[in-house]
Design a protein around this ligand. Structure first.
Ligand SMILES: [Zn+2]
Length: 408
């Protein structure tokens, strides 16, 4: 009997293969196995079996150019206890092994489990070496727990790779694969962040909701979208501002930023491809240029400093395609502000969000502290960028502290 189950970062692939076992090629009765006394499966037998299993598996991996596998002592201890607690280990359900393993080791996102039984130790090892997971570079450890089952031997084997918790610091230092607990559905999943990544909207493979917006700054450091705000403030003369309506103040700040900044595509052309990088608000102001997300961050930052509620929207514009813009609140009115297209700001440019809904399709929003995601109907969330019932708020995580993971 060989039962195999594979799991890659939250995507579960189950394989059930029934073998005829015990009898030799002839299909006859295997008297030799029946008469051979079963070994005593003690601690040293377990250790010996595991090192033989690793040797067999590595012999199969070397010709395939797959790195040799080692051991994971924590998973090994877990497996031994798991099998020991099971009254009938030959009936262990592999998805239960997976769930228990992953709740104890959330970094074990790459897993393959196999339950084999046989009349002989050599045949057990042979079955493990022929396991499809053996050829996969996604696993780097092999762990086994042997048990007896009537006159037969059995082994529960797990191949695994453990990956670290996702943090911006780790993503910047080495990139690679991480595990992360989805803030929406609570499930743990794997994700991959390349150091060369530019704008990244990270989504959960289970609930499919985005949970993070990352972008590289002009020096190549990956940051969260709200980190590009730096509290930029444009001074308003108090005696003039006090005479102005909210709409007039919004237009005045918007005009100053439009006057200051030219539209300019990203400046990082250090490799062949044009790369998407983001600028901090102060940087865009000082360099007097930026593309849509740069000037949107600057405009939203200046509006927030002036006391307005404002957010940057990332999404789709019917004329432009992928785009970023600003939405600001004044009383119960919401205006969509285009930070790149206008030269002279007039009242006609101040478009109520519901009137812009046909052209502006927001997908994610952010401000200084939060990201906002939606599952609402698009005919609703395109008209209203601020309603908490339409846009779910996700406070920006602080990666400086070690991530705490609460698992049910
Ligand atoms: Zn989720």
């Amino acid at each position: 009997m060989v039962r195999g189950l594979l799991c890659f970062g939250g995507f579960l692939v189950a394989a059930l293969i029934a073998y005829s076992f015990g009898s030799k090629q002839s299909g006859g009765f295997d008297l030799a196995n029946l008469l051979r006394p079963l070994p005593e499966v003690d601690e040293s037998y377990q250790r010996g079996f595991r090192s033989d299993a690793i040797a067999h598996i590595n012999r199969a991996r070397v010709p395939l150019n797959v790195d040799q596998a080692g051991v994971d002592d924590d998973i090994q201890t877990f497996l031994r206890a798991f099998v020991g607690e099971h009254p009938r280990p030959e009936e262990i359900e592999l998805d239960v092994v997976f769930n228990d393993l992953q709740s104890q080791f959330p970094g074990a996102q790459y897993l393959a489990a196999n339950l084999v039984t046989s009349g002989s130790r050599e045949e057990l090892l042979g079955k493990l070496a022929g396991w499809t997971a053996v050829a996969s570079p996604d696993f780097n450890t092999v762990n086994t727990a042997v048990f007896t089952h009537g006159r037969r031997l059995g082994a529960l084997a797990v191949m695994a790779r453990r990956i670290p918790a996702f943090s911006l610091r780790a993503a910047n230092e080495e990139g690679g694969r991480f595990f992360n607990q989805c803030p929406h559905c609570g499930k743990v999943h794997a994700l991959e962040v390349e150091k060369e990544s530019r704008t990244l909207i990270l989504s959960c493979p289970y609930c499919e909701l985005p949970f993070d917006i990352l972008a590289a700054d002009t020096s190549g450091t990956i940051k969260r979208a709200p980190d590009f705000f730096d509290g930029f403030k444009l001074m308003e003369q108090p005696e003039v501002a006090s005479q102005m309506s909210s709409e007039q103040r919004i237009m005045a700040l918007w005009q100053r930023i439009t006057d200051q900044c030219d539209y300019q595509l990203d400046q990082d052309h250090s490799d062949e491809k044009e790369r998407e990088v983001w600028k901090n608000s102060r940087q865009t102001w000082d360099e007097k240029a930026g593309d849509c997300e740069d000037t949107s961050i600057l405009l939203a930052d200046a509006l927030i400093s002036a006391g307005f509620e404002a957010r940057v929207a990332i999404g789709w514009n019917g004329n432009i395609g992928q785009h970023a813009w600003v939405v600001v609140k004044s009383g119960d009115r919401q205006y969509v502000l285009e930070s790149t297209l206008q030269d002279n700001i007039t009242l006609e440019n101040l478009v109520i969000a519901s009137k812009a809904a046909a052209f502006y399709q927001p997908e994610q929003l952010f401000d200084r502290e939060n990201l906002y995601f939606t599952e609402a109907d698009e005919s609703d969330f395109r008209r209203d960028y601020f309603s908490p019932s339409l846009w779910r708020k996700l406070p920006v995580r602080n990666d400086l502290k070690a991530p705490t993971l609460s698992l049910r």
